[in-house]
Design a binder for this molecule. Structure first.
Ligand SMILES: [Zn+2]
Length: 138
C-alpha cells in the first residue's frame, strides 16, 4: 500500500497577462502601478482590457503611492485555498487610494473604516504581494 504524506499546499501565485504584467513587475520592484483610462482618466484595479467606467480600450500606467483610506474590509474565517488554512482569520481590505483608484489587498491587522493605510510588500520566491498596513498602529 502506498500512502502520500500530507504536504502543505503551495500558495497560488499570480499568472500575469498582457493587462496585468506591468502591475506585477512593478510590485516586484516595490512600486504600485495602476491602469488609468486615457479617455475618462479614472484609475482601475484589477487590470482589465478596457475601462469598466466608459469602455475605452486604451490606458496608461500610473504610479500610485499606495497610501489611502480603508473603504471596507472583510475578515476571512474559511480559507478559499488550503495554502491559506493556517492563516485564518485574516483581513482583506478595500482601500481608496490617494490620487484615485480603489484596491483590494490583505492586511495584517483589522482596521477601522476610514483608517489611513500604507503599502507593504511581501516578497515570495517568484512574485511580490501587496499588503496594506494601518498607519495608526504601525
Ligand atoms: Zn474610462
Amino acid at each position: 500500500m502506498t500512502t502520500t504524506a500530507a504536504r502543505p499546499a503551495a500558495p497560488p501565485r499570480p499568472l500575469p497577462d498582457e493587462d496585468s504584467r506591468e502591475y506585477w513587475a512593478a510590485l516586484r520592484e516595490h512600486r504600485i502601478t495602476l491602469q488609468a483610462c486615457t479617455s475618462c482618466n479614472r484609475r482601475r484595479f484589477p487590470a482589465t482590457p478596457s475601462c469598466p467606467y466608459c469602455a475605452h480600450p486604451e490606458w496608461s500606467e500610473e504610479e500610485a503611492a499606495g497610501t489611502g483610506t480603508v473603504y471596507s474590509y472583510i475578515v476571512v474565517h474559511r480559507a478559499f485555498d488550503a495554502a491559506f488554512a493556517a492563516d485564518v482569520p485574516y483581513t482583506v481590505a478595500t482601500v481608496d487610494l490617494d490620487g484615485g483608484g480603489r484596491m483590494v489587498a490583505r492586511m495584517d491587522t483589522t482596521p477601522a473604516i476610514g483608517a489611513r493605510v500604507a503599502p507593504d510588500f511581501v516578497d515570495h520566491p517568484e512574485w511580490t504581494e501587496l499588503r496594506f498596513r494601518d498607519q495608526e498602529t504601525a
